[in-house]
Design a protein around this ligand. Sequence first.
Ligand code: SF4
Length: 224
Amino acid sequence: MPYTEDEMLMLSGIQHFRYCPRQWALIHIDKVWDDNRLTAEGSLMHHNVDNPFYRHKRGRIIRLQSVAVASAQLGLYGVTDLVELRPTTSSFFLNHPLYPGRWQPYPIEYKHGLPKENDADELQLCAQAICLEEMYDVPIKEGVIFYGKTKHRHTVKFTSILRDNVEAYSERMHAFFNSGKIPAVEKSRKCQNCSLKDLCNPSWSKQHGKVKEYIRQNLYEEIT
Ligand code: SF4
């Protein structure tokens, strides 16, 4: 059943959820955010891409930046880094009010760092594609992730397995969000690079349980 507007969650959260459900819940349920060096550099890289008034034509390809997307089926909404519109002869195509013709949308996501060990980036890009498909009724078979550190383009095929995984993660995110529960700590190697490691504090959490209490004691006192 489609989700209502009030039930929509942020699409970018799917990469947090894939990385660690607890990290996602701290950000999206507890509304905690702690910018570390990795996310700060990532924000800088996104600065130019996130200009909502920016679109241009490169050769025969139109490039649209910061396109708002949403899917009622997934219950996710967000903003893509870049959508290229490539000319197509297919009978499934997108119309653009400023650029007459038949266009095939092609989502592109920019990442600051290296390709991840898991498929978090692929899931995010695929979720964007599913949104675009739902909005414009046009099938999208692939997209690209551009990695800043290696400066390479990674083509992502939107296979049925990847699509099923997007759906499954989205369902789990909604289930956690509705329950309001923060998943337990799963301490592992990934905690080293986690933006929230100081707030989550895996070893502390193991002994004392609740992050909210830690935040109340350590942050609220500073700002009141
Ligand atoms: S520190 Fe580890 S357990 Fe805590 S949110 Fe980050 S990745 Fe998850």
